[in-house]
Design a protein around this ligand. Structure first.
Ligand code: ADP
Ligand code: MG
Length: 248
């Protein structure tokens, strides 16, 4: 199976200790663990947003560790998507322009697309994530769940190979969290690999595989496989049993 992301012995001073794992094409992988165990740090280092003190990371066949800051920024813009708990939308741009921003930034060089082409693409994503009609709203005129789904549109606009999500439902109420989760699940079924940090077993139960991070070390893995209809409850029980065995 083709590997989208490969992390080998990733270390960060006293926070991460020789963490190794892979994300396969089409996989949705969750990282769980107590607060302060290094989950966010792991995600940011795996995405080349910070420099590790040891280890190597590959996106497909490109080694990220060793690239310059400029090269990493370009890689992130073109080949990775990001969804955070704090949504990082720009306040004086409307929803559509926020979604378009990475597309505009990436749209350089000889084969530039027209604004209409980019807008079409954004609108298709908005439809897919059920936020059509909100194009002209400001970010304060939509609900938390709508805003997070708009953030997912923004993160998908350059068709990334992998989506990194840090507690994507952490700031949402239960209904909104389920909408966001459903949206992520759909993108994953359509082929986008996802690496997600979560502390919520309802979120993790939808993933193919879960890793457990404790004090910067990987110390558990649960393989659930792709979800089948009607197995949600059983999957959540598996996750909770596994977590309690790990002392969660
Ligand atoms: N910028 C930073 N400088 C120094 N220590 C940090 C920094 N960011 C996080 N840490 C520390 O690294 C550890 C892991 O943090 P973090 O990755 O945010 O954990 P988690 O996401 O699992 O809650 C914590 O002990 C935290 O205090
Ligand atoms: Mg965190």
């Amino acid at each position: 199976m083709h590997k989208v992301l490969r992390v080998e012995n990733l270390s960060k001073a006293s926070i991460l200790h020789e963490v190794s794992f892979e994300v396969a094409a089409g996989e949705m992988l969750a990282v769980m663990g107590p607060s302060g165990s290094g989950k966010s740090t792991l995600l940011y280092h795996a995405a080349g947003m910070a420099c590790p003190s040891g280890g190597r990371v590959w996106l497909g066949s490109t080694e990220i560790t060793g690239l310059s800051e400029d090269e990493k920024a370009k890689l992130r813009l073109h080949r990775m998507g990001f969804v955070f708990q704090q949504m990082n939308m720009i306040a004086n741009l409307n929803i559509l322009d926020n979604i378009l921003l990475p597309a505009v930034q990436a749209n350089k060089g000889r084969h530039r697309k027209s604004r209409a082409e980019l807008t079409d693409k954004a609108k298709r994503l908005m439809e897919q994530l059920s936020v059509s009609g909100l194009e002209a709203r400001s970010i304060s005129q939509v609900s938390g769940g709508q805003l997070q789904r708009a953030c997912i549109c923004r993160s998908m606009i350059n068709a990334p190979e992998i989506l990194f999500a840090d507690e994507p439902t952490g700031a949402l109420n239960r209904g909104a969290a389920e909408e966001v989760l459903e949206a992520l699940g759909r993108l994953n079924r359509e082929g986008t690999a996802i690496l997600m940090v979560t502390h919520d077993s309802r979120v993790a139960r939808g993933c193919d595989r879960i890793l457990y991070l404790l004090d910067g070390r990987l110390c558990g893995e649960l393989r659930l496989g792709k979800p089948a209809a009607g197995t949600e409850k059983w999957r959540e029980e598996q996750v909770n049993k596994w977590l309690s065995r790990l002392g969660w």
